[in-house]
Ligand binder design. Structure first.
Ligand SMILES: *[C@@H]1O[C@H](CO)[C@@H](O)[C@H](O)[C@H]1NC(C)=O
Ligand SMILES: *[C@@H]1O[C@H](CO)[C@@H](O)[C@H](O)[C@H]1NC(C)=O
Length: 366
């Protein structure tokens, strides 16, 4: 019988075979939304209205809510631990000498790719409550840079040895538009703007000296229990073979196609830079299709929510963290934690899918 230690050593050997030395990074810098926030919205205490700031968020690993939208760690936590770096401190926790030299996380719950004026110009200003869109997160990073690496020349060297993750972005832009009642035809016209915002964010980081950048696409939003519950249909042909709503997954697919084209353009423009496409979509869709291949029992029912209600344990009025909600005893068997975010088990599997492939193109480890 193989012990865990032997399996780990075999894994290390298989990794080291591909390179002449251990791959390492001096730091990880992350930008994103609730998929990867590690506490920015909860700096100084979670806002009382924030359901994600309530138990049982955090229960599987931290034992308390930390502002992460999961039962435990998120993808960037697993990446930090794999590279033996500290868990990334949220960038807003900059009081009292937080050390950002080994990493910082600018991601914040609710973040959009587009700035507020974009939503205002489409009559969606009131759907946006967050004040940390992508451009703002880049400003937060620029403000931290003096404490990270001092002068500009030193920074280029440090940043060239750091791993950057920019995204996913777009999920909240689409939520705002769809929940705000926009037709999908209109939402499709936003996609090229969102992709331009993401690729110009990547170019800004490259300009600062970033060399290794993971750019994740959006998840299959038609497989989210939140969407499945709000937009359920009696017409079976609205669903794909895995029980997800086709038209929303088509939107995610369109975003990801344009994003990959944008990444391709940047690759030709910046020859020395390693741009990696983080393929959330394919992996999550495969987890929904065959949960057991990923060590899961449930693909479309949530662990934390309205147990026993509807087809997905989901009720928007009894979301995880609200009174009237409850959590399963075995989150490790679930893909979906709260209807729109994934469990720690799923995020661990995604992190390794990015490190070794095939769900990151190319894989982070090379
Ligand atoms: C920072 O440190 C000072 C002095 O030790 C303390 O009074 C203050 O409460 C700390 N602030 C935070 C946000 O922890
Ligand atoms: C069901 O949906 C398909 C396409 O999504 C459509 O072509 C068909 O007319 C719908 N059927 C009914 C009964 O609405």
């Amino acid at each position: 019988m193989l012990t865990k230690a032997v399996v780990f050593i075999l894994f290390l050997l298989s990794v080291s075979r591909c390179g002449t030395s251990w791959q390492s990074y001096d730091a990880i810098y992350n930008f994103g939304d609730s998929i990867s926030d590690t506490g920015n919205l909860c700096t100084g205490g979670c806002p009382s209205w924030l359901t994600m700031g309530q138990p049982p968020y955090g229960t599987s690993y931290f034992g308390r809510p930390t502002g992460r939208c999961s039962d435990g760690r998120v993808v960037v936590d697993f990446l930090a631990q794999f590279f033996r770096l500290p868990l990334l401190p949220p960038s807003k926790s900059k009081t009292n000498g937080t050390d950002f030299r080994k990493g910082a996380n600018m991601a914040i719950i609710g973040a959009t790719a587009m700035n507020l004026d974009f939503f205002q110009s489409h009559g969606l200003g009131s759907s946006i409550w967050n004040n940390g869109p992508l451009d703002t997160q880049i400003q937060w990073f620029l403000q931290l840079m003096p404490s990270i690496c001092g002068g500009a020349g030193d920074c280029r060297s440090h940043l060239s040895k750091s791993l950057f993750i920019l995204g996913e972005f777009g999920g909240n832009d689409y939520n705002a538009a769809i929940f705000g009642g926009k037709s999908l035809d209109e939402v499709y016209t936003y996609v090229p703007h969102i992709i331009n915002k993401v690729t110009s964010g990547v170019e800004t980081l490259i300009g600062l000296g970033a060399v290794d950048v993971v750019v994740p696409g959006v998840l299959p939003i038609g497989c989210f229990p939140l969407y499945l519950t709000l937009y359920g249909s009696s017409n079976q042909s609205d669903y794909d073979g895995d029980g997800c709503l086709r038209r929303f997954n088509d939107l995610s697919g369109y975003h990801n196609r344009l994003l990959r084209q944008g990444i391709g353009r940047l690759r030709s423009k910046y020859a020395g830079v390693r741009l990696m496409y983080g393929d959330f979509y394919t992996q999550v869709a495969e987890m929904v299709r065959s949960p057991r291949s990923f060590g899961l029992d449930y693909g479309l029912t949530v662990c934390c929510g309205a147990s026993g209600q509807g087809s997905y344990n989901y009720n928007n009025k009894a979301r995880c963290g609200m009174s009237g909600s409850s959590a399963c005893k075995d989150p490790q068997n679930y893909l979906n934690w709260d209807g729109i975010h994934l469990t720690e088990h799923a995020y661990r599997s995604i992190a390794y899918g990015w490190l070794t492939g095939p769900y990151c193109v190319p894989a982070i480890l090379h």
